[in-house]
Design a protein around this ligand. Structure first.
Ligand SMILES: [Zn+2]
Length: 262
């Protein structure tokens, strides 16, 4: 990939157990270059393969971010840690200049040996600030993927602020009043859930509370794909008055123009 500066590269836009199996939309997660710093979010199954296929170099990553422990978000976490560790372009392995940010209950999912590979594994806490290079990272409050987990799942979204650009990433979650009050970014990468029952309403409330300029919708499960991802995005846009894009595998968002590259 030619110039990835200030871009989000959506290697994977799929989610859920259905897409872990089908891979109609990849569960690879996404790569962000914000003001020269390379970050990776939610490396689900096929992340390393998709990174290499796109011509990106895992050696460059400074941060790997996990929203929650489910397989569609962590399946390739160990593989990605190992890929960064090997540093084929930076003269050999045992590279330490990168960090993993994850909820505490993700740590047991990292193989013991791999826990020693990153410079640091940051067990994130709600509404905390972290530094990575010149970037300021803020976690959201503890989210609620589905009410059936009764708060047992540790799940967070992230806001990444640079000098010029910023964005927020909110994984699939149910809404609660005030959950996102502190998010300030105009660009919101939002994970979709099922297109029926009370799921879409959750997304409407989330978008209304954050009130961004643009929502980039992803994390397509089979039911959302069957419903039609464009229709899904259109519904959400109509209900919120905010511009919503249904992003597909391989598409690239450019912070400078605040749009998906043609
Ligand atoms: Zn998911």
């Amino acid at each position: 990939m030619a110039n990835i500066r200030n871009k989000i590269i959506f290697l994977g836009t799929g989610g859920g157990g259905s897409m872990v199996s089908l891979q109609t939309y990849s569960t690879a997660g996404f790569w962000v270059n914000l003001e020269g710093v390379d970050l990776y979010f939610d490396p689900g199954p096929s992340a390393v393969y998709k990174i290499r296929q796109a011509g990106l170099n895992p050696d460059n990553l400074k941060g790997i971010f996990i929203s929650h422990k489910h397989l569609d978000h962590t399946g390739d976490l160990n593989a990605l840690i190992e890929a960064v560790h090997y540093q084929f372009s930076n003269k050999g392995w045992n590279y330490k200049d990168y960090q993993v940010f994850c909820p505490p209950d993700v740590v047991p999912y990292i193989i013991e040996n791999h826990q020693k590979m990153p410079g640091k594994i940051v067990k994130v806490r709600p509404e905390q600030f972290y530094r990575l290079e010149h970037l300021k990272i803020m976690t959201t409050k503890k989210l609620l993927e589905k009410p059936c987990y009764h708060g047992n799942l540790e799940q967070y979204g992230y806001e990444v602020r640079g000098k010029q650009f910023s964005f927020a990433y909110v994984p699939e979650t149910f809404y609660q009043s005030g959950l996102f009050k502190k998010l300030e970014s105009d660009i919101l990468v939002l994970n979709a859930m099922a297109p029926t029952n009370d799921y879409p309403e959750q997304l409407v409330k989330i978008v209304k509370e954050i009130s961004p300029q643009l929502v980039i919708l992803r994390h397509w499960i089979k039911r959302a794909a069957d419903y039609g991802i464009k229709k899904y995005a259109h519904d959400l846009g109509k209900a919120t008055g905010v511009k919503v894009i249904a992003v597909k595998d391989g598409e690239v968002f450019d912070f400078k123009t605040a749009s998906i590259l043609p």
